[in-house]
Design a protein around this ligand. Structure first.
Ligand SMILES: [Zn+2]
Length: 198
């Protein structure tokens, strides 16, 4: 007897197509396997990310380790699962296999999401964050699909830079104020001399 699938693919409010619970799902269930050909990181780089007309990037690649990537383009429905910042599922790896498992009980009809923990090379600028923007709509949405730790690290770095710049600027301002005060003092002295002469 074949078990009924847990999921159904429909248009999503988050983005494009999404995957929804076809029936109630208990916590800790392997909802769907992330399938597709296993390719090398090099091959995956060639496929890259697809950009839609709004400049948002889609990735249908799942990084297994630093050598292997599952090419979702050649696989089943799991590639349609959207990223969520407060997800109801997570991707769990068992050797070469990856399953999307429920993190909590999911009512019928709810969209399935998991945190992509997207890794992006280079500087995480506002533009890069926008390119991988998240529309999950959760109150805790971090606005991007890029991994929270990477975003936090880059924000810390940028804040440090900003603080350094602000410090230098305030030093400049203080020096300027000091110079202005000295000038005013000199003026006062001159004025004082003039007053004495009177
Ligand atoms: Zn989000």
């Amino acid at each position: 007897m074949k078990t009924q699938p847990y999921h159904i693919v429909r248009n999503s409010k988050i983005h494009g197509k999404g995957v929804f619970a076809k029936r109630p799902i208990r916590k800790g269930v392997k909802v769907i396997e992330y399938t597709g050909d296993i390719i090398s990181v090099k091959e995956a780089d060639k496929i890259g990310v697809q950009q839609d007309d709004q400049g948002h990037s889609h990735t249908m690649l799942f990084t297994v380790d630093d050598k292997r990537v599952i090419n979702g383009n050649t696989g089943g429905d799991a590639k349609f699962i959207n990223h969520g910042c407060d997800p109801n599922c997570e991707a769990v790896q068992y050797g070469d296999k990856v399953f999307i498992e429920s993190l909590r009980a999911i009512p019928q009809g709810q969209e399935l999401t998991y945190d992509y923990h997207l890794v992006v090379d280079g500087k995480i600028t506002e533009d890069v964050k926008k390119e991988y923007a998240c529309f999950c709509g959760s109150p805790v949405c971090r606005g991007t699909q890029i991994d929270a730790k990477i975003v936090a690290k880059s924000e810390k770095k940028q804040a440090k830079k900003k603080a350094k710049k602000a410090k230098a600027e305030s030093k400049k301002l203080r020096e300027k104020a000091k110079q202005a005060a000295q000038k005013a003092k000199k003026k006062l002295k001159k004025k004082g001399k003039k007053d004495k002469k009177k």
